[in-house]
Design a binder for this molecule. Structure first.
Ligand code: ATP
Length: 745
């Protein structure tokens, strides 16, 4: 056996033991789950919900154990102290005697795997990357950090085992599958510092394309869930991405890191019960994104609290009751003074008005009225139709949908509520009352929901009842835990699960269904696209302001988005945010990235310069054709690129990126191009066609970019995004001259 073979064999033994332990844990969890399920559907509701809670717990645990199969262990640290050795993997594992055999990559003991350098070895003599295929160890790659060790014979052998292409470069050059993978084995030091940053406060990460912002944001979510499990497991973590396609692209990363409980959604879906399917010009969305809507919505609400012009006279049992404008005005002012939401303050208004009307009634009686008789009078007044109508007209109970739809479809209401907007802008906003909601409407609905509140009489009674019940459940959960030693889960979480009726709901499910849920941490990706109103909605979800915000102000494509973080955050997070930067582009070959930066700079984008981790030969090819040949040339490039990047396992992805106007013709000419039924790009297809906006956040082995001059007209950020999507090759087909900056040296 050669030295390398012997080392592989030794590592294989270790890895075999780790997988054996994983299998044991899986089998144990499966047995427990089967045991819980065997109990059958009988028993008291308490027993049933307890069983459901445990079943969910074991299902979660099993899902976590199943998800870490691939590259369970990927690293080894050889420590200076006592010749110790530590294996690093996706999760931590202990043997039967509770001794650690695998260290979770997120544990403090794993940090030096990512941070140690030869200048600062941090007690590490050598770091080894294990290359595995399935459960087989196929290679090792060593870095010796403590050079003194070179004197020893084993080290010399180790250096002989260096795999030539490092684990990082191998990962960067790997064929893409349409789904993002984790980077847990090759996180770089500048990324690790962000991943492990404190939970408190808002961390804004600015970085050019391909610098790993998405990867870092996801690994940070997994890290925070590990390091602050007690807090975050109950409050939940929210991940906001730019589109459903993007969320699909990243949806396997967190499970592969053993985390399944993060709520991922888009701004358009953040308001439960509303699906934003409508579209509108970017200029209209930009108007709706302005901070002035805080005032406009507030005014729109107040304008639905109205003093009538004339008195209304109602006759009840022969007595005359007059609803006087002055009384209504006083009652409105009184109700407003409580600063409660509209629907809650309405209760005060109605009570006040009924009190005044009851006074009128009583003053017409010849006898004095006992308190319970007075109550009956108030009730009679309350249920008299004319009075109900008059009080409703003065203070209508409102839904957010009703308020915003009325505002956007009735010119008179909009004119009255939005004097800050020009007549031209107000005209642009008008739409039918039943038009579908757009993404930019959602923050307005959320704003309205805040100001309107619910009619909360019933819910307050329910809350009192729930609090008493909760105390009982918590007490019971503590007893269950004492006896069952379920581990890993807190009494609070178990009580949450007992409490939920029907199938036990997870924190994520409950959070996603509740508009007023406040999360323990929120991660926002492609954050440059959020409007000021969208930020208000997001911040409402996280009163602690514990946020990870990642984005690139050079890639902004919406007019309402951010071009400068300070302008956005100094106002809404006054002083409470910190900026980190990522500078190495792990995706795009250097020659492509340099051209993209030159074009972006020539177009005036606020670029963060990046250094590409690698270059690829002939990465950038342009072809000029005449207009008649544009589609055919695109098809030819797409097919050649596909043949070059496809491998036998089905990996390898090509995207044709073009303006929205050109996409239909190109999709028709490329019958193999995958599109979903809604016309969105299908990430599972080897070849797909999309707009620059749809390509945001995604990546492909090769990109065929059609007519960059037209893409540039849609926005320089769009062109910059499109050019920086490929990991291997950018092919450009054009009839018009290439944009400024392209050919400059
Ligand atoms: N440390 C790393 N090891 C291996 N691959 C990495 C590393 N960091 C980033 N990558 C890879 O680089 C690519 C780009 O990463 P990612 O999509 O997170 O970048 P981004 O900054 O969000 O890009 P964009 O702004 O263009 O959307 C991904 O394929 C990612 O897996």
């Amino acid at each position: 056996m050669t030295g390398i073979e012997a080392q592989l064999a030794a590592e294989q033994q270790v890895v075999d033991r780790l997988y054996a332990r994983l299998d044991e844990l899986r089998a144990g969890t499966r047995d427990r789950l089967a045991e819980v399920r065997r109990v059958g559907p009988s028993g008291s509701p308490q027993n049933r919900s307890e069983r459901d809670a445990f079943a969910t717990l074991y299902e979660d645990r099993l899902a976590r154990l199943e998800a870490v199969e691939d590259r369970l262990a990927f690293g080894r640290l050889d420590l200076a102290e006592d010749g110790g050795r530590r294996y690093i993997g996706r999760i931590g594992l202990n043997d039967e005697e509770h001794a650690s055999i695998l260290t979770d990559w997120r544990a403090p003991a794993a940090q030096s795997f990512y941070r140690a350098t030869s200048a600062n070895p941090d007690g590490v003599v050598a770091r080894r990357h294990l290359v595995t295929r399935g459960r087989r160890v196929t290679g090792v790659e060593d870095e010796v950090l403590d050079l003194d060790v070179l004197a020893d014979a084993e080290a010399a052998e180790r250096l002989g085992a260096l795999s030539g292409e490092g684990a990082l470069l191998a990962a960067l050059a790997a064929r893409r599958t349409g789904r993002m993978g984790d980077i847990v084995a090759t996180i770089q030091a500048e990324q690790d510092a962000i991943i492990r940053a404190d939970l408190a406060g808002a961390l804004v990460v600015q970085g050019g394309p391909g610098t790993g912002k998405t990867a870092v944001a996801l690994h940070r979510a997994a890290y925070l869930l590990y390091a602050h499990r007690r807090v975050l497991e109950r409050s939940g973590v929210l991940l906001l991405g730019p589109s459903r396609t993007f969320l699909r692209y990243i949806d396997q990363v967190l499970p592969s890191l053993g985390e399944t409980g993060v709520v991922s959604t888009t701004v358009g879906e953040l308001y439960p019960g509303v699906v934003a399917t409508g579209s509108e010009p970017d200029a209209v969305a930009a108007i709706k994104g302005r901070p002035v809507w805080r005032k406009i919505v507030e005014r729109a609400v107040r304008q639905r609290q109205r003093v009538p012009e004339r008195a209304t006279t109602v006759s009840i049992d022969g007595r005359t009751i007059v609803i006087r404008p002055n009384d209504v005005r006083s009652a409105i002012n009184h109700a407003r003074r409580g600063h409660r939401p509209h629907n809650q303050a309405r209760v005060t208004f109605v009570r006040d008005m009924l009190g005044r009307l009851a006074e009128q009634y009583v003053s017409q009686l010849a006898w004095s009225v006992a308190p319970d008789e007075r109550g009956e009078i108030v009730e009679e007044l309350r249920t008299t139709r004319e009075i109900r109508v008059a009080l409703n007209l003065a203070w209508m109970p409102l839904t957010p949908q009703g308020l915003i739809s009325g505002l956007l479809s009735k010119p008179a209401r909009l004119d009255a509520a939005a004097p800050e907007l020009s007549a031209h802008e107000r005209a642009a906003l008008l739409r039918d009352a039943d038009a579908p909601w757009t993404e930019a409407d959602v923050p307005l609905l959320d704003e309205a929901a805040e100001l309107l509140g619910e009619d909360d009489q019933a819910s307050r009674a329910q809350a009192r009842h729930d609090a008493a019940q909760r105390a009982q459940e918590l007490d019971y959960a503590r007893q269950v835990l004492e006896h069952s030693g379920a581990g890993l889960v807190s009494a609070e979480l178990l009580a949450d699960r007992f409490a939920s009726t029907g199938p036990a709901l997870t924190t994520a499910e409950r959070a996603a269904a509740d508009r007023t849920w406040t999360y323990g941490h929120v991660v926002v990706d492609e954050a440059q696209e959020l409007s000021p109103m969208a930020w208000r909605m997001v911040l409402r979800r996280v009163p602690t302001r514990s946020l990870t915000v990642v984005g690139d102000v050079a890639q902004t494509s919406t007019a309402a988005g951010t071009r400068d973080w300070a302008t956005t955050f100094d106002r809404i997070l006054a002083g409470g945010w910190r900026l980190a930067e990522l500078t190495v582009n792990y995706r795009t070959p250097a020659s492509v990235a340099r051209t993209a930066e030159r074009v972006g700079r020539a177009a005036g984008l606020p670029l963060t310069p990046t250094t590409s981790a690698r270059d690829v030969e002939d990465a950038l090819v342009t072809e000029q054709v005449d207009a008649a040949g544009l589609v055919a040339a695109t098809v030819a490039h797409a097919e050649t690129a596909l043949a070059a990047v496809r491998d036998t396992s089905g990996a390898g992805r090509v995207a044709v990126i073009a303006t929205p106007e050109q996409v239909p013709a190109l999709a028709a000419a490329l019958p193999g191009a995958g599109l979903t039924r809604t016309g969105a790009p299908d990430l599972d297809a080897p070849l797909t066609v999309m707009t620059p906006t749809q390509s945001k956040g995604l990546e492909f082995d090769a990109v065929v970019l059609v007519e960059p001059a037209d893409v540039l007209k849609g926005g320089a950020g769009d062109l910059y995004v499109a050019m920086t999507r490929p990991t291997q090759a950018l092919r450009v087909v054009h009839t018009q001259p290439l944009p400024a900056g392209w050919d400059a040296a």
